[in-house]
Write a protein that binds this ligand. Structure first.
Ligand SMILES: [Zn+2]
Length: 152
């Protein structure tokens, strides 16, 4: 299902993502990222990247938005706007693509930068061949079959 994102809704999400970007905690990379994640009920959850002196602990804006949304009881998303200052606007990293795919395989994505450039795409386009819970369950069933066969 392809999500349609009317221009006025996109504009509102872009403004929210750019505002969230201003709150990013990125003293190490100075690469500020903001995200506006629209939920199925129309509510919008914001995220920004939060870095740490222990670099491996840095969390992207997109994953922070998903975590906040889940904590608020929302797990169905239809669109996300991701704001950076890069040219062209940056897409989500691979880790964030996987996290977004857990909840919204057909997410509409708008990439925006501080100059106002926009790139419209979808998670399906950016992240084909997603690892899903179906594959996990299939592997678990196979492991259980192997384990029970070994008990005989
Ligand atoms: Zn990321």
């Amino acid at each position: 299902m392809r999500i349609r994102l009317p221009k006025k809704d996109e504009d509102a999400l872009v403004a929210i993502a750019l505002r969230a970007r201003e709150r990013a905690y990125a003293p190490y990379s100075r690469f500020l990222v903001g995200a506006a994640l629209r939920c199925g009920d129309g509510s919008v959850i914001e995220g920004c990247n939060v870095e740490n002196a222990s670099y491996g602990l840095c969390v992207c804006a997109e994953r922070n938005a998903v975590g906040s949304a889940v904590a608020a009881g929302r797990r169905d998303f239809d669109a996300i706007v991701i704001a950076t200052s890069s040219e062209p606007p940056s897409p989500p990293c691979g880790m964030c693509r996987q996290v977004l795919a857990e909840h919204a395989a057909d997410l509409a994505i708008v990439l925006v930068n501080t100059k106002g450039d926009r790139v419209r795409t979808t998670l399906k386009k950016l992240f084909p061949g997603t690892f899903t819970s179906a594959q996990l369950r299939s592997g678990q069933r196979a492991a259980l079959r192997t384990a029970s066969a070994g008990r005989r």
